[in-house]
Design a protein around this ligand. Structure first.
Ligand code: PCO
Length: 190
Protein backbone atom coordinates (compact mmCIF):
# COMPACT_ATOMS: atom_id res chain seq x y z
CA UNK A 1 0.00 0.00 0.00
CA UNK A 2 1.43 3.36 -1.04
CA UNK A 3 0.33 6.54 0.70
CA UNK A 4 0.20 9.43 -1.77
CA UNK A 5 0.16 12.96 -0.34
CA UNK A 6 -0.99 15.57 -2.84
CA UNK A 7 -0.04 19.14 -1.92
CA UNK A 8 -2.04 21.80 -3.76
CA UNK A 9 -0.91 25.44 -3.94
CA UNK A 10 -2.47 28.62 -5.25
CA UNK A 11 -2.04 28.53 -9.00
CA UNK A 12 -5.14 28.63 -11.19
CA UNK A 13 -4.05 25.15 -12.28
CA UNK A 14 -5.48 23.96 -8.94
CA UNK A 15 -8.72 23.97 -10.93
CA UNK A 16 -7.55 20.53 -12.11
CA UNK A 17 -7.52 18.98 -8.61
CA UNK A 18 -10.89 17.19 -8.88
CA UNK A 19 -9.96 15.60 -12.20
CA UNK A 20 -6.50 14.67 -10.90
CA UNK A 21 -8.05 12.87 -7.93
CA UNK A 22 -10.76 11.25 -10.06
CA UNK A 23 -8.28 9.94 -12.65
CA UNK A 24 -5.87 8.75 -10.00
CA UNK A 25 -8.65 6.75 -8.40
CA UNK A 26 -9.57 5.23 -11.75
CA UNK A 27 -5.98 3.96 -11.99
CA UNK A 28 -6.54 2.13 -8.75
CA UNK A 29 -9.69 0.52 -10.06
CA UNK A 30 -8.28 -0.49 -13.45
CA UNK A 31 -4.81 -1.66 -12.43
CA UNK A 32 -5.55 -3.08 -9.01
CA UNK A 33 -2.96 -0.67 -7.62
CA UNK A 34 -3.04 -0.28 -3.92
CA UNK A 35 -2.75 3.28 -2.67
CA UNK A 36 -4.40 5.84 -0.43
CA UNK A 37 -4.67 9.55 -1.13
CA UNK A 38 -4.55 12.49 1.25
CA UNK A 39 -4.70 16.12 0.17
CA UNK A 40 -3.08 19.19 1.71
CA UNK A 41 -4.43 22.55 0.54
CA UNK A 42 -2.99 26.02 0.89
CA UNK A 43 -5.63 28.66 1.51
CA UNK A 44 -5.11 30.39 -1.90
CA UNK A 45 -5.58 27.04 -3.69
CA UNK A 46 -9.17 26.98 -2.40
CA UNK A 47 -10.11 29.78 -4.80
CA UNK A 48 -9.86 27.53 -7.81
CA UNK A 49 -12.07 24.47 -7.23
CA UNK A 50 -15.12 23.43 -5.24
CA UNK A 51 -13.94 21.78 -2.04
CA UNK A 52 -17.09 19.67 -1.86
CA UNK A 53 -16.23 18.11 -5.23
CA UNK A 54 -12.96 16.80 -3.82
CA UNK A 55 -14.53 15.83 -0.48
CA UNK A 56 -17.03 13.68 -2.37
CA UNK A 57 -14.22 11.74 -4.01
CA UNK A 58 -12.32 10.80 -0.86
CA UNK A 59 -12.94 9.08 2.46
CA UNK A 60 -13.75 11.45 5.35
CA UNK A 61 -10.75 13.20 6.95
CA UNK A 62 -8.47 12.90 3.90
CA UNK A 63 -8.23 16.65 3.26
CA UNK A 64 -6.11 18.96 5.39
CA UNK A 65 -5.66 22.72 5.54
CA UNK A 66 -3.86 25.23 7.73
CA UNK A 67 -6.56 25.44 10.41
CA UNK A 68 -6.21 21.69 11.06
CA UNK A 69 -2.61 22.20 12.18
CA UNK A 70 -3.69 24.59 14.94
CA UNK A 71 -6.90 22.85 15.99
CA UNK A 72 -5.05 19.59 16.69
CA UNK A 73 -2.32 21.04 18.92
CA UNK A 74 -3.20 22.16 22.44
CA UNK A 75 -0.36 21.01 24.62
CA UNK A 76 2.97 19.20 24.67
CA UNK A 77 2.58 15.63 23.50
CA UNK A 78 -0.26 16.43 21.10
CA UNK A 79 0.29 15.32 17.50
CA UNK A 80 1.96 17.83 15.17
CA UNK A 81 0.05 17.61 11.92
CA UNK A 82 2.85 18.43 9.46
CA UNK A 83 5.00 15.72 11.03
CA UNK A 84 2.13 13.22 11.10
CA UNK A 85 1.41 13.80 7.41
CA UNK A 86 5.11 13.63 6.53
CA UNK A 87 5.30 10.29 8.33
CA UNK A 88 2.14 9.02 6.65
CA UNK A 89 3.29 9.87 3.12
CA UNK A 90 5.29 7.41 1.03
CA UNK A 91 5.39 9.85 -1.85
CA UNK A 92 4.61 13.58 -2.11
CA UNK A 93 3.21 15.35 -5.17
CA UNK A 94 3.05 19.15 -5.25
CA UNK A 95 0.53 19.87 -8.01
CA UNK A 96 0.32 22.63 -8.89
CA UNK A 97 3.45 24.22 -7.41
CA UNK A 98 2.86 27.97 -7.66
CA UNK A 99 5.60 30.60 -7.94
CA UNK A 100 5.18 31.67 -4.33
CA UNK A 101 5.52 28.20 -2.81
CA UNK A 102 8.36 27.42 -5.22
CA UNK A 103 10.22 30.45 -3.90
CA UNK A 104 9.54 29.48 -0.32
CA UNK A 105 10.46 25.80 -0.44
CA UNK A 106 13.64 26.41 -2.43
CA UNK A 107 14.76 28.76 0.37
CA UNK A 108 13.69 26.69 3.36
CA UNK A 109 10.77 28.91 4.30
CA UNK A 110 7.85 27.20 6.01
CA UNK A 111 4.86 29.28 7.05
CA UNK A 112 1.85 27.06 6.38
CA UNK A 113 0.91 23.38 6.57
CA UNK A 114 2.07 22.62 3.00
CA UNK A 115 5.49 24.26 3.30
CA UNK A 116 6.06 22.81 6.80
CA UNK A 117 5.52 19.29 5.45
CA UNK A 118 7.98 20.00 2.65
CA UNK A 119 10.48 21.58 5.07
CA UNK A 120 10.26 18.43 7.22
CA UNK A 121 10.38 16.08 4.23
CA UNK A 122 12.07 12.72 4.69
CA UNK A 123 14.73 12.89 1.99
CA UNK A 124 14.57 9.12 1.47
CA UNK A 125 11.10 9.59 -0.01
CA UNK A 126 10.23 10.89 -3.47
CA UNK A 127 8.83 14.40 -3.81
CA UNK A 128 7.36 15.29 -7.20
CA UNK A 129 6.53 18.86 -8.19
CA UNK A 130 4.48 20.21 -11.09
CA UNK A 131 5.12 23.96 -11.48
CA UNK A 132 2.34 26.20 -12.82
CA UNK A 133 2.52 29.95 -13.24
CA UNK A 134 2.34 32.81 -15.72
CA UNK A 135 4.86 32.64 -18.60
CA UNK A 136 6.69 35.76 -17.40
CA UNK A 137 7.00 34.27 -13.94
CA UNK A 138 8.28 31.05 -15.47
CA UNK A 139 10.78 32.91 -17.70
CA UNK A 140 12.03 35.14 -14.87
CA UNK A 141 15.62 34.16 -14.00
CA UNK A 142 14.70 33.55 -10.35
CA UNK A 143 12.63 30.52 -11.46
CA UNK A 144 15.71 28.81 -12.89
CA UNK A 145 17.52 29.28 -9.58
CA UNK A 146 14.59 27.83 -7.61
CA UNK A 147 14.26 24.83 -9.94
CA UNK A 148 18.00 24.18 -9.72
CA UNK A 149 17.77 24.02 -5.92
CA UNK A 150 14.73 21.74 -5.97
CA UNK A 151 16.38 19.37 -8.45
CA UNK A 152 19.64 19.34 -6.48
CA UNK A 153 17.59 18.27 -3.47
CA UNK A 154 16.47 15.29 -5.55
CA UNK A 155 12.89 16.41 -6.08
CA UNK A 156 11.38 15.31 -9.38
CA UNK A 157 10.11 17.92 -11.82
CA UNK A 158 7.02 17.30 -13.98
CA UNK A 159 6.43 19.96 -16.66
CA UNK A 160 5.42 22.72 -17.03
CA UNK A 161 4.09 22.77 -20.58
CA UNK A 162 3.47 25.50 -23.10
CA UNK A 163 -0.12 26.50 -23.88
CA UNK A 164 -2.66 29.27 -23.49
CA UNK A 165 -2.62 30.37 -19.86
CA UNK A 166 -5.46 31.55 -17.67
CA UNK A 167 -4.70 35.24 -18.28
CA UNK A 168 -4.61 34.85 -22.08
CA UNK A 169 -0.81 34.79 -22.37
CA UNK A 170 0.58 31.93 -24.42
CA UNK A 171 3.73 30.05 -23.45
CA UNK A 172 5.51 27.93 -20.84
CA UNK A 173 4.03 27.84 -17.40
CA UNK A 174 0.96 25.63 -17.62
CA UNK A 175 0.86 22.66 -15.29
CA UNK A 176 1.75 19.36 -16.95
CA UNK A 177 -1.26 17.43 -18.20
CA UNK A 178 -3.03 15.44 -15.49
CA UNK A 179 -2.25 12.16 -17.30
CA UNK A 180 1.46 13.01 -17.34
CA UNK A 181 1.41 13.69 -13.59
CA UNK A 182 -0.44 10.44 -12.92
CA UNK A 183 1.96 8.41 -15.07
CA UNK A 184 4.85 9.81 -13.02
CA UNK A 185 3.10 9.08 -9.72
CA UNK A 186 2.37 5.52 -10.78
CA UNK A 187 6.10 4.90 -11.31
CA UNK A 188 6.42 5.10 -7.52
CA UNK A 189 3.31 3.16 -6.52
CA UNK A 190 4.16 -0.32 -5.39
C1 PCO B 1 -1.48 32.54 -14.19
N1 PCO B 1 -1.24 31.27 -14.30
C2 PCO B 1 -1.62 30.25 -15.05
C3 PCO B 1 -1.26 28.96 -14.40
C4 PCO B 1 -0.85 27.88 -15.26
N2 PCO B 1 -1.87 27.53 -16.21
C5 PCO B 1 -2.27 26.27 -16.41
C6 PCO B 1 -3.34 26.10 -17.49
C7 PCO B 1 -4.76 25.88 -16.91
C8 PCO B 1 -5.76 25.73 -18.05
O1 PCO B 1 -5.43 24.69 -18.91
C9 PCO B 1 -5.21 27.07 -16.07
C10 PCO B 1 -4.79 24.62 -16.07
O2 PCO B 1 -3.34 27.18 -18.36
O3 PCO B 1 -1.83 25.33 -15.81
O4 PCO B 1 -2.23 30.29 -16.09
C11 PCO B 1 -1.55 33.59 -14.98
S1 PCO B 1 -1.56 33.63 -16.65
Amino acid sequence: MTNILIIVTGSVAAIKLPILVKKLQQKRLTNGNSFQIRIVLTEPSLHFFKLVEVENLLPACSIFRDADEWSKWRQMGDPVLHIELRNWADIGVIAPLDANTMGKISNGICDNLASCIIRAWDMNKQLLFAPAMNVYMWNHPITEKCIKVLKELGYIQIGPISKKLACGDYGMGAMAEVDQIITKIMEFVK
